[in-house]
Design a protein around this ligand. Sequence first.
Ligand SMILES: Cc1cc2nc3c(=O)[nH]c(=O)nc-3n(C[C@H](O)[C@H](O)[C@H](O)COP(=O)(O)O)c2cc1C
Length: 370
Amino acid sequence: MLTNLARCLPAEAAHRVAVATLHHNLGPRPAALATKANLGVTLVGLEFANPLGLAAGFDKNAACFNGAMQLGFGHVEVGTITPLPQPGNPKPRVFRLPKHHAVINRYGFNSLGMDAAARNLQKMVAARPGILGVNVGANKTSQAPIDDYRRAVAHLARYADYITLNISSPNTPGLRNLQTKKHLADLLAAGRAGLNEAAGDGDVSAKPIFLKIAPDLHHDDLVAIVESCVEAGVSGIIATNTTLARPDHLDGVHAGESGGLSGAPLFEAATAILADVARLSDRRLGLIGAGGVVNGWQAYAKILVGADLVQLYSGLALEGPHLPGLILHQLAAMMDADGISAPHQIKGQIPDPVKAIKYAKGLCEKILEQ
Ligand SMILES: Cc1cc2nc3c(=O)[nH]c(=O)nc-3n(C[C@H](O)[C@H](O)[C@H](O)COP(=O)(O)O)c2cc1C
């Protein structure tokens, strides 16, 4: 009922209701999986109950991650959190495109800031039922954006199982320039410096760092990003954030809104970038695939091209809180049909994204016909 109510609200109001609902732990619980397979994934020393996670941007201020994990997600990434509070862009700034199963947003890192997020994390982190990622970014008016990453990491790392440096939001001017080789080494060093600063709080300096990249990158950019990450000892890459591209067929009242496009129209492009990163990194980095996942076969396809884990956001916003449970059931059914007992057995087995998508979709259709 809450899902139907939320659909009647403007997108940002629906988002607020969803965060409040999950803050009070009022979401649905997924049914137990009937499978012989074990959906668990071990990555960078962390044990994930399953490969599916909630991508950053939903729980921007770390207000509801425990409730979100109860929906079935093996991990939740909170943020993007900036050092100082900032309001983000003027409203309206997020739009649903239901016909295209898509969202356009230009939130612009609306954040209560790292102090407020730390207070929330401190209260709730001990009770977390899954793995917690903390995603950080720079303030819009910062004079030293790279140093913002160091400050946010130093302040928040003690609460995180892993940290994500988000340099791929299209809604903070200049941010995506940090993806260029010229800036990457400094950025990754700033992340490491933040961890070392936080090291007084236990064994924080060894926490995994992920870099989140855009889908609007060329192969040469990816080569530089992968090599910089390997050189800097980064644990992995999250591919991808939202896209600035607009497919020709996109229409409807909100199709012309500026901002990042996510959901179905992003799926193939994000999976192609993920596949390229997988090939370039050749198992030297952990990989999290995001972009357009709304069902089990899409998650399966991302793992087939090389993802260790998969994240989604738009699917949850468009389909509602039952989606993670549904995807886990579909994933388990596909693993059973393939005779697979753990997700790592299919990781990277079909590196070509077109073939991986075709295979995963076909397998799902075969199961549905039975
Ligand atoms: C409304 C909205 C807000 C987002 N905010 C953030 C954010 O603050 N930080 C971030 O790293 N990604 C953010 N994202 C990107 C998502 O985490 C994800 O990478 C992207 O939407 C692709 O996945 P999806 O197609 O499943 O949504 C946001 C996405 C949406 C739709």
